[in-house]
Design a protein around this ligand. Structure first.
Ligand code: THU
Length: 139
């Protein structure tokens, strides 16, 4: 699956902007993400930490939650761009991969970006092979 370079740039700009709102006083890891729908709409989120550390929400899940809250149906979300400041593109965490698999399309793609030209990308099969899915609940 390919992405229009203009959409990619738009999602990266949204992710960078969202990272500016990161609430990360504990890790000082300021993360942003933006996800687009097949409709062309896009939604962003940042990581939101808590003094009770386990309550931290990652940027990817914040963006996906914003999309669903705005009315996006599961499966309508196609492209997600993650931004983590620094010179190296980092992979998304495992919890976010599970949520991406449930809410994004089967042909979805995820990119990780940073402040250098380094970019990494994953298809759905790559970011979560052999997933536990809603179908797994059918008995
Ligand atoms: N974080 C994300 O927002 N996304 C990821 O995929 C990895 C980690 C956040 C969670 C926490 O606030 C900080 O980065 C350090 O783990």
């Amino acid at each position: 699956m390919t992405i229009d370079p203009e959409l990619f740039d738009r999602l990266k700009a949204m992710a960078v902007s969202a990272a500016g709102h990161s609430h990360s006083p504990y890790s000082r890891f300021r993360v942003g993400a933006a996800v687009s729908s097949v409709s062309g709409a896009a939604y962003s989120g940042c990581n939101v930490e808590n003094a009770s550390f386990g309550l931290t929400q990652c940027a990817e899940r914040a963006a996906l939650t914003a999309a669903v809250s705005a009315g996006e149906a599961p499966g309508s979300l196609q492209f997600l761009v993650l931004y983590i400041p620094g010179t190296e593109a980092h992979p998304p965490c495992g919890a976010c991969r599970q949520v991406m698999r449930e809410l994004m399309s089967e042909d979805s793609m995820v990119w990780s970006t940073c402040d250098s030209e380094d970019v990494r990308s994953w298809s759905a099969a790559e970011y979560l092979p052999d997933p536990f899915t809603p179908e797994s609940l059918q008995r």
